[in-house]
Design a protein around this ligand. Sequence first.
Ligand SMILES: [Zn+2]
Ligand SMILES: [Zn+2]
Ligand SMILES: [Zn+2]
Ligand SMILES: [Zn+2]
Length: 247
Amino acid sequence: MNTIVSSGKCRLCGRLIGKAQMTKHLKTCVSNHAIAAPAKQGKRTRSFHIIVTATYDPRYWLHMEVPAKVTFARLDRVLRDIWLECCGHLSAFSFPQERSPRISSGEDLSQILARLMTLDYDDDIEEQGRLMRARVGSRLVPGMKFEYEYDFGTTTNLSLRVVDEWPTSPSNAKIRLLARNEPPDIRCALCGKPATNICPDCESTDQDCTFCDACAVGHRCGEEMLMPIVNSPRTGVCGYCGPSVEP
Ligand SMILES: [Zn+2]
Ligand SMILES: [Zn+2]
Ligand SMILES: [Zn+2]
Ligand SMILES: [Zn+2]
């Protein structure tokens, strides 16, 4: 059996690098490509090196440079543009162990649950609104892991990890894509050639769902059901066909 190693292209030097080596590579490559911007002492600010991985399909990953001063809403926008946006679904960031529910004695379990459910819901909406307006630098530190969900119905889950931070120019307000996985090698279920189409109906029932153009002709669910395969963890989900817009 072949071990399929996921690799991606470094956007700074153009080299193809294995997934496991990319973090280390970028550390040097970013400093080699840094624009020597003369900044006054104390005027420098930070950017985070963040790895984004599709939680349930780690073949899909991104490395990004995110200036501390951009908002979570901006990060949300960039993730949507690269990988996710189909019909403007809701999305949310979440941090582990944020809230410990307060439980007063004298409440029975159903009262507690009812209270938590309403509270959590209102809290979440308000909390997300606040979070989206906040600068990422107010929350993130190197080593931190957090989660992201796009679409609470047919959800795409992403796991994010802050692996590093480095100084950046205060005028830098742009999220930069540093690296991205190459399109995974997805094969036609019928003939083994590279697949170009995916059938969401067949996928949702765990049947063979990826086909080349020739084998897609006359697919039993109807050819109009088929969607183009795109380099995204949302391929075949809720009508997502790209296009991928990189920052
Ligand atoms: Zn490089
Ligand atoms: Zn959608
Ligand atoms: Zn085929
Ligand atoms: Zn089908």
